[in-house]
Design a protein around this ligand. Structure first.
Ligand code: KG4
Ligand code: ZN
Length: 339
């Protein structure tokens, strides 16, 4: 039996959880800094680090109490070591390593995107390997051939803005709140279908790479040349979301064909998007493919996915060395399978 405390502090969410390899998720807590950054229209790194410092210990105490755990019940500590904001990562890494030292258990630095990728494993019905993964977050847009934990081949990625970033920037242009993804999705519900038709970037080119920054410019031009009414704003939100969802769906279809995988996993903040989930579920259905995604709270950043990913590696005997390392830029395909 193994219990792992997971710590996520890569961006604007302090996420803490305890995952047990026999009983699953025992407890989790999250503090979102959205309100703190709202006035700035995006995450301010220095403010993020300072707030993680304030929140992290009370959240760990809360989760330990919820799970009825004492320090000697914890067998390992997993913290996000990258990619992410340097100062924010260092808060989680410093606290995680210090706790591991005082509690005399091993610690491990987890790759944030491996956390997202494995988040569907927190559900009841979990995917078997191998599978195709679409990872869509604020910083990454990746299509990955997943053979096993740590065996990741990147098939395609965004050459410019990540999908989540495109949602956030588009929302900002339309005067919507941060984070932009949920704001656009909500407004799009009121949009008139097919009043606008935005381009599907790079779908006519072979390959699985993507690009979303042109779409953002398209939105800006459409918006500035419009009557700028509330209805127009909703119609643009709809057209933008539809273009993104359609593009991702076309690329997933192509990747499934190329890899011949019979399972697809979608994860990361943007996988919370209902329109995207519905479209990919239909695609999977039409091609007799199994689809898996995390429940909404585990699509966006959380401690549970870090505890889970860390546990898989700690169980295999992997742990931190003596050095202290956080890695703000860290390509996912540099990871290796646990021993
Ligand atoms: O995975 P995540 O919480 O953090 C990163 O690792 O980046 O992803 C955050 C991103 C933000 O860009 C946010 O706008 C987007 O996910 N997002 C959404 C939705 N919920 C969050 N995008 C579209 N629709 C949503 N419902
Ligand atoms: Zn994330």
């Amino acid at each position: 039996m193994m219990k792992v405390l997971g710590i996520e502090t890569s961006c604007d969410e302090t996420g803490i959880a305890i995952y047990d390899d026999q009983h699953g998720l025992l407890a989790e807590a999250l503090y979102s800094q959205i309100a703190l950054h709202a006035d700035y229209g995006g995450v301010v790194p220095e403010l993020a680090s300072r707030d993680h410092v304030r929140r992290i210990i009370p959240l760990i105490q809360e989760v330990m109490a919820q799970a009825h755990c004492q320090s000697n019940d914890i067998d390992g500590i997993a913290y996000t070591a990258g990619p992410g904001l340097m100062g924010a990562l260092m808060v989680g890494a410093a606290v995680g390593r210090t706790l591991a030292w005082t509690w005399q258990c091993p610690s491990i630095g987890v790759h944030h995107m491996e956390g997202h990728l494995l988040a569907p494993m927190l559900e009841e019905h979990t995917p078997e390997f191998p599978f195709l993964a679409l990872l869509v977050s604020g910083g990454h847009t990746l299509l990955i051939d997943v053979q096993a934990i740590g065996q990741y081949k990147i098939l395609g990625e965004s050459l410019d803005d990540a999908v989540g970033e495109a949602f956030d920037k588009t929302a900002k242009m339309l005067g919507l709140d941060y984070p932009g993804g949920p704001a656009i999705a909500k407004l799009a519900l009121k949009g008139v279908r097919n009043r606008y038709k935005f381009p599907r970037p790079m779908v006519n080119r072979p390959g699985l790479d993507m690009s979303f920054s042109g779409l953002k410019t398209f939105v800006l031009n459409t918006w500035t040349q419009s009557d700028q009414s509330e209805q127009t704003k909703a119609d643009i939100a709809y057209a933008f979301e539809d273009a993104v969802v359609d593009t991702l769906s076309i690329k997933c279809k192509r990747a499934l064909k190329e890899t011949q995988h019979s399972r697809i996993v979608i994860a990361g903040g943007v996988s919370a998007n209902e329109h995207l989930r519905t479209r990919l579920t239909k695609l999977a259905h039409d091609h007799s493919i199994e689809i898996f995604y995390p429940k909404l709270q585990f699509c966006t950043d959380n401690g549970a996915m870090i505890a889970y990913a860390g546990l898989q590696r700690l169980k295999a005997g992997e742990h931190d060395g003596k050095g202290f390392q956080t890695t703000p830029r860290w390509p996912l395909d540099q990871l290796q399978a646990p021993a």
